[in-house]
Write a protein that binds this ligand. Structure first.
Ligand SMILES: Nc1ncnc2c1ncn2[C@@H]1O[C@H](COP(=O)(O)OP(=O)(O)OP(=O)(O)O)[C@@H](O)[C@H]1O
Ligand SMILES: Nc1ncnc2c1ncn2[C@@H]1O[C@H](COP(=O)(O)OP(=O)(O)OP(=O)(O)O)[C@@H](O)[C@H]1O
Ligand SMILES: [Mg+2]
Ligand SMILES: [Mg+2]
Lengths: 231, 231
């Protein structure tokens, strides 16, 4: 469902070139539960941003669900992001003026073909289910600055899952969670992966996620140094 | 060096009362290397904010270095924060317009009695030492949005250590770091703890820090359920 072909990404600091990815190649199958691991600064978030169509490579090709995304116009990239992908950001990126429920519902309202400004029926039930599963029942009316670090992370997680996207990109989703809460979140994702055949791509330092993944890609200094399937 | 006596903290959401701390008691000795552990939402950051004089308790007494902080005027609280305490925030709180070096130097320029607007001599050497120790050599000119999540966390760590404060409060300092980088950071802190008798208070989910700590306080729903010294 995803293919990276010789992908390079350079950032520029004034005249200095910072090579974040130096030629990355791998394939991800539909329904994969895959972890991308590697030291801090090795390029994990950069890869997720390319997969999430939030950024474009400096060189090489990114192919998502059969479509080459490199030169797509912004309008089409936005459509892919909204209809295919759920993103859990490393720094959460919640909307500060919206409360927990409103933050989780937001992507649903943005989704193409959604003509209503309200979330009702089965969609509303699924959101209530997610709020309970991530342990935030009773905190629905809190705004992000009225939540603990781990609670904000869990809102970001529920938000990414709320539209039942085909691909979930999770950037260190358990970094701010104690091991018990983290395990509950991972079990939830495993369940969704099995029931809905959702593809999960994690960037993580959490050995618990790595142990459950069926495919591991290891990065070092912007290069893939290991690519191992575990079925 | 620190004492909490029956400390309570309530937040208010409209009319709803959210009891974050329900009566917390403990003492911390000078030079302690102590970890505060507990599930997400159990009150760890709230305690650190009270110890860091960023917040005041709803009830009970917070005593820092012999001084009761509850009813101090803002001017004195600011003086304690700047001269005694180094704080590593859970969400980093770096200044977005300053680069790595400028962010790390900033508390040094704020410190009472510091008449100069430049960091020179032995202070400058210590900052260069910290930048190397946290693995950010070569990244001095990057701004926060030009750094990875773990790199930002390491800038926050170096910044908190740069004034050689008597007490360091670290809120999940390794959450965004791979285990190897995290261990290097913890070794650096252990070294500073031994050489300068700095008191370190961690809120953490990282078992590696818990294993090295000589004092563990466990929280659950805003209460202390375990308080164990390990010398
Ligand atoms: N400004 C606020 N208004 C209302 N409730 C708040 C506010 N800040 C924190 N809380 C609540 O207080 C409780 C304790 O929060 P705290 O941030 O101390 O938890 P924590 O142990 O640091 O959690 P984590 O491990 O997720 O960072 C949480 O349940 C949170 O929802
Ligand atoms: N906008 C930018 N400008 C310059 N350099 C950047 C920028 N964004 C990232 N980098 C650099 O690219 C490299 C890869 O960053 P990336 O965020 O992908 O790392 P990461 O593996 O996610 O790290 P972490 O585990 O710390 O989150 C880092 O060395 C970082 O300094
Ligand atoms: Mg990252
Ligand atoms: Mg916290």
């Amino acid at each position: 469902i995803i293919k990276l072909e010789d992908v390079k990404k350079n950032y520029y600091l004034g005249k200095t070139e910072v090579p974040a990815l130096r030629g990355v190649n791998f394939e991800i199958d539909k329904g994969d539960f895959i972890s991308i691991v590697g030291p801090s600064g090795s390029g994990k978030s950069t890869i997720l941003n390319l997969l999430g169509c939030i950024d474009v490579p400096t060189a090489g090709t990114v192919i998502i669900d059969g479509t080459v995304t490199n030169d797509l116009p912004e309008k089409q990239l936005t459509a892919i992001r909204r209809n295919t992908i759920g993103f859990i950001f490393q720094s959460f990126n919640l909307l500060p003026t919206l409360n927990v429920v409103e933050n989780i519902e937001f992507p649903m309202l943005l989704k193409q073909g959604n003509k209503s400004l309200r979330v009702k029926g089965e969609s509303k039930e699924f959101i209530d289910f997610l709020i309970e599963e991530v342990g935030l029942k009773g905190r629905e009316k809190h705004k992000p600055n009225e939540l603990s670090g781990g609670q904000r992370q869990r809102v970001a997680i529920a938000r990414a899952l709320s539209t039942k996207p085909r691909i979930v990109l999770a950037d260190e989703p358990t970094a701010n969670l104690d091991s018990k809460t983290g395990e509950e979140i991972i079990d939830l994702m495993k369940k969704i992966n099995r029931d809905l055949d959702t593809t999960f791509i994690f960037s993580t330092h959490d050995q618990t996620i790595v142990d459950i993944a069926d495919h591991i890609i290891r990065l070092k200094d912007g290069e893939v140094v290991e690519n191992r399937k575990i079925n």
